[in-house]
Design a protein around this ligand. Structure first.
Ligand code: HSE
Length: 371
């Protein structure tokens, strides 16, 4: 019998990408899909050009309806998880909960899923009766896919990172705000006389427009366009941002590393004005001196999505930018070279689509493990 799978938060950005991928992979033919809503209960189920789901949206807060499901997959966000998950579990429901939100990631009874890296742990967890599976933070998943070979062969002593994270990671309203910021600047830039002014005059005018109190910045709090924001998520007590803290915490949980064998990972997370691809720059201390071509082979052979980009300007410009990766499952890794610091110090730069491998794809693939 087909498993009854409930979809919550399917209308949002991550949920929509998830549904699109499921349609592309024909995943809906293996399951009985039931769609829920927190706000549009009773409206018609989703409809796509080549597929429609008969029936009407059910109430995402109705515990009795949720209890009928074998699997719940939610992209609704933290507040929903915090509100519904404990009540549903304490009602005796023992179905599988697959979540995009971060709340349950570090829970002792949950597993962070990224099957190209931890499929063995996923299978073990299913056999051991684990019922809660959570997608990792986007930067963590994208880093692990890129450096998968080095992690798998236990070659990393430590990693330090700088991230260049897209507006989409903050949410759809933030993307809109970035676009509104562009639009606001355009009122000056589109005037005929603007480009006949001296460049320093233009720069001065642009800076004063950006600093104007009417500049759209309700969500980001400061302008992102022609700027960057060196803080993502809340603050930890040790000076890290929560986004930075997640890198080491989640990576080691995904790899099931115990305290003594933990891989040290720390750095700085930065929001930039790209749309939906996160980029990351790494300095990696290897446990031993391996030559660069060996490193490239180890990286390239780890999974089918990672692709080593030759360390030259042309390839980097063509294949190692957010624009070259957006909307794809590709994980290019380039700028690979040994640093002048010593032969065990490797630098690397990688990009990934924050909504695909960074969010929806690990959940879609987890669902397939269960069905
Ligand atoms: N925390 C990420 C970001 C979102 O703010 O970019 C992806 O999980």
């Amino acid at each position: 019998m087909k498993k009854k799978v409930g979809f919550i938060g399917w209308r949002g950005m991550v949920g929509s990408v998830l549904l699109k991928r499921m349609l592309e992979e024909k995943d809906f033919s293996y399951i009985k899909s039931i769609f829920f809503s927190t706000s549009q209960i009773g409206e018609k189920n989703p409809k796509f050009s080549n597929f429609f789901f008969p029936g009407f949206l059910k109430d995402a807060y109705n515990i009795e309806e949720l209890k009928k499901l074998d699997i719940i997959i939610t992209c609704q966000g933290s507040l929903y998880t915090q509100k519904v998950f404990p009540i549903l579990r304490s009602s005796g429901w023992s179905g599988y909960w697959i979540d995009a939100a971060s709340d349950l990631r570090m829970h002792k009874d949950s597993l962070i899923v990224l099957d190209p890296i931890n499929s063995v742990n996923i299978k073990k967890a299913i056999n051991n009766g684990i019922k809660t599976f959570v997608g990792g933070n986007c930067t963590v998943s994208l880093m692990m896919l890129a450096l998968g070979g080095l992690f798998r062969q236990n070659l990393i002593e430590w990693v330090t990172f700088s991230t260049y994270q897209a507006a989409s990671g903050a949410g759809s309203e933030y993307i809109k705000e970035l676009l509104k910021q562009i639009n606001f600047l355009n009122q000056y830039l589109s005037q005929k006389s603007t480009f006949s002014q001296s460049i320093l005059k233009i720069e001065k005018n642009i800076t004063s427009i950006i600093k104007n109190s009417n500049f759209p910045k309700k969500n980001f709090l400061i302008p992102l366009i022609l700027n960057l924001i060196p803080w993502i998520d809340s603050s930890m007590l040790n000076g890290q941002s929560k986004e930075e803290w997640k890198m080491e915490a989640e990576t080691n949980k995904i790899l099931s590393k115990t305290n003594k064998k933990r891989i040290l990972i720390d750095g700085t997370c930065v929001r930039v004005g790209s749309l939906r691809c996160h980029s990351q720059s790494f300095v990696i201390k290897l446990k031993k001196d391996i030559n660069l071509s060996e490193v490239e082979k180890i990286l390239e052979n780890d999974n089918q999505w990672v692709q080593v980009i030759p360390n030259n300007k042309e390839s980097s410009l063509q294949k190692l930018t957010p624009l070259s990766v957006t909307g794809t499952l590709n994980i290019p890794i380039g700028r690979l070279r040994k640093l002048s610091l010593g032969s065990k110090y490797l630098s690397a730069f990688t990009i990934g689509d924050q909504l695909l491998w960074g969010a929806a794809e690990p959940l879609r693939r987890m669902l397939k493990f269960l069905i």
